[in-house]
Design a protein around this ligand. Structure first.
Ligand code: AMP
Length: 216
């Protein structure tokens, strides 16, 4: 099974993706996490992507498609994958269809997490992330036991540069303009399901699992 998790920044894609990937034994491919690892590693791709990421705008489609094709083609992804943060434009979705079509595969479900913009802004600006293990906390809703220290690995937490208020507004505007049309694209293919992403995380997980569970 191949899944796409679609939703604005701050909708909870990362949290849900980790859980759903575990439940259905899928490779979790987060384009944002892969790009941040490229930036940290100082690769050519990381250097090309960094300025777009810091500004809250999208990295060019060609770079993203090539990068994701590599990750979708690894042996770890051969049993199915969950795409998180990709595709983000109609051109990326068309490129994805072409690339997995060549492998005789398809997108089985697209889960669309729906959350109002006001809630997204407070989720993102209060978010603190662990640069070592990618664990995510929130200053008010999910604080670490010790202020600014990762519960899982003890590393100092950081605010991602793109979680600052001005950049968050750009990211949300970019989402509505460029990623919003994907809802129509995938609804037209009959694979899209809307899920209320403002519910408690466990309820969101249960709703996604019910959509993806194999039919008898
Ligand atoms: P995320 O962690 O998914 O919010 O991604 C962080 C940043 O990485 C985004 O604001 C973009 O600059 C870049 N990025 C991640 N995924 C994509 C994508 N599919 N297409 C273009 N840019 C992306």
């Amino acid at each position: 099974m191949n899944l796409v998790l679609l939703g604005p920044p701050g909708a909870g894609k990362g949290t849900q993706a980790a859980r759903i990937a575990r439940t259905f034994a899928l490779a979790h491919l987060s384009s944002g996490d892969i790009l941040r690892a490229e930036v940290r590693g100082g690769s050519d791709l990381g250097r090309q992507a960094q300025s777009f990421m810091n500004a809250g705008t999208l990295v060019p489609d060609g770079l993203i498609l090539d990068m994701m094709a590599v990750h979708m083609g690894t042996p770890g992804a051969s049993g199915g994958f969950l795409l998180d943060g990709f595709p983000r434009t109609v051109a990326q979705a068309e490129g994805l269809d072409r690339k997995i079509g060549l492998l005789g595969r398809r997108v089985d479900h697209v889960i669309h997490l729906v959350v109002p913009d006001g809630e997204l802004e407070s989720r993102l600006t209060g978010r603190r992330s662990c640069p070592a293990c990618n664990a995510v906390f929130h200053v008010a809703n999910n604080p670490p036991k010790q202020a600014d220290v990762c519960d899982q690995c003890g590393t100092m937490l950081v605010q991602r540069p793109d979680d600052q208020a001005a950049v968050v507004r750009t990211r949300l505007a970019t989402y509505h303009e460029l990623t919003g049309p994907l809802v129509t694209y995938y609804r037209g293919k009959g694979v899209l399901a809307d899920v209320d992403g403002s519910q408690a995380p466990d309820r969101v997980t249960a709703a996604i699992e019910a959509i993806c569970a194999p039919r008898p």
